[in-house]
Design a protein around this ligand. Structure first.
Ligand code: GLY
Length: 265
């Protein structure tokens, strides 16, 4: 067995999520790992984990999404892999799994679809709808900016995916880091990064791409995580999961449910 046979999955439930909810991130990780074991593409394995977290209800994504100031729910989601496939949706409304819509965008001629057009696209592609009464919402007990995410490795291939309901009570149309390539997430031939936290701060620091550049420089993920957390003020919620050919790590300046698993295939 060599590193070419190595499978790694990390999942997070968002900066500020209750670490006691790590059972949810573990189940999502197991789903993703099983998908990798059956030879599914890394990007689909990452999206499956995120869809599982969207369906959990305890995290700010999918049925657990925060509400906007007008009571509506709008979701952002994205996915990327080391071959350069990328897709995202922003301010998507009325669908159960925003990450599924992002994945379908990644297979289209477009990279990011937003708002009404994203809704129409998701409907045309048969994405499962979500009515307002199906949304359980996470409330504002923990962070107001958490996101769910996953990074995976299958040998020399990497991928990542994210989904969020955005900031609680933000105005409709507000979009954070999640659908912005290199901000909330990034994957390349050397690894993958998924972040969580204050979307405006994460975007302004082009965080995921800069974290990925640390991977390219040969830094161990166990050093990358505290380094990147150090880019943010303590008052700014932030978390990150990283996988590379050297290893993997995760952390946050808040509590954060997250899990990692590794196996040889
Ligand atoms: N990090 C998720 C958001 O700010 O929307």
């Amino acid at each position: 067995m060599t590193d070419k046979n190595k499978l790694v999955v990390l999942t997070h439930g968002g900066a500020g999520s209750d670490p006691a909810f790590a059972d949810g991130t573990a189940i999502a990780g197991q789903m993703s790992m099983m998908s990798l074991q059956t030879g599914e593409p890394t990007i689909d394995a990452a999206c499956l984990a995120v869809a599982t977290l969207e369906d959990d209800g305890r995290f700010n994504a999918g049925i657990g999404s925060h509400k906007r100031s007008d009571g509506t729910v709008q979701m952002d989601a994205s996915c990327m892999d080391s071959s350069g496939t990328f897709g995202a949706v922003a301010a998507l409304e009325g669908f159960k799994n925003a990450v599924q819509a992002a994945r379908i965008v990644s297979q289209s001629e477009y990279k990011i679809l937003a708002g009404r057009g994203a809704n129409q696209f998701a409907a045309d592609q048969g994405c499962q709808t979500l009515s307002p009464d199906q949304i359980v919402g996470t409330g504002t007990d923990f962070s107001t900016t958490d996101t769910v995410g996953c990074v995976v490795r299958a040998g020399d291939e990497f991928a990542c995916a994210l989904s969020t309901g955005g900031i609680d009570s933000a105005i409709p149309g507000r979009v954070g880091d999640v659908p912005l390539i290199g901000c909330g997430l990034y994957a390349g031939s050397e690894g993958a990064v998924a972040t969580t936290g204050d979307g405006e701060a994460i975007a302004m620091k082009v965080t995921a791409l800069r974290a990925y550049q640390l991977i390219e420089q040969g830094m161990d993920p166990k050093a990358i995580v505290p380094t990147v957390i150090g880019w943010f003020k303590e008052t700014t919620a932030f978390g990150i999961i990283v996988v590379s050919k050297i290893g993997f790590a995760g952390g946050s300046n808040r509590g954060m449910a997250w899990t990692a698993s590794e196996m040889l295939h």
